[in-house]
Design a protein around this ligand. Sequence first.
Ligand code: SAH
Length: 220
Amino acid sequence: MADTRLAGIGMTSARTRDRLVQRLRDQGISNLAVLDRIRNVPRHIFVDEALGSRAYEDTALPIGFGQTISQPYIVARMTEALLQAGPAENVLEVGTGCGYQTAVLSPLVARINTIERIEPLLTRARERLRELGLRNVRFRHGDGSLGWKAHAPFDGILVAAAPLTVPEALIQQLRVGGRLLVPVGPEGEQQLVRYTRKEQRVEREVLGPVAFVPLLGGIA
Ligand code: SAH
């Protein structure tokens, strides 16, 4: 029973997932390890059962508490952009949400530290990742805009919610050579930005327009 749930049937089957992967390839995602994760992570277990049949559409879907599961293209794009400059050992994720991005990234890095401000979302994400046997994830209920100093410096930081300006703490917690992927700006005008920490400076690249929920302060 559990096996059938994870493998999926009908609209959650392997064929449906292959179509999604083909679509992401057509849109320019080329990292094979990332595409493989999109094929293998059962996105339907991260959404309500009623939405399961839409889980392999390339769209964001509601996960409760006014939040959404990210669009597969964006998850793939951010993961690819994070890994482009080389392997990442120690990664920080801000905005765990339902844990889908965490699940995609988990086997591609040594360790993920993930922070979510809405506690029930974090609890559910933790259960799902355990069910998938992904064990290199450390969870924290807190405000991710402050980073996670105890486990810094990071080779990579992924932010799944948009601040108006990039939080200084996140830049500070990057290792030299480390990359920060963050959507920045007000609703309707966000850009995905990659910051790379160099010895003496921080490089900034704008990767293109995106639409994320806002990064909020405090916890809930
Ligand atoms: N990564 C998720 C998408 C999550 S949506 C996925 O794979 O689908 C963004 C999440 O960021 C929401 O759950 C929201 O509660 C959370 N969030 C917003 N501001 C935050 C903050 N300051 N610290 C931690 N999490 C935050």
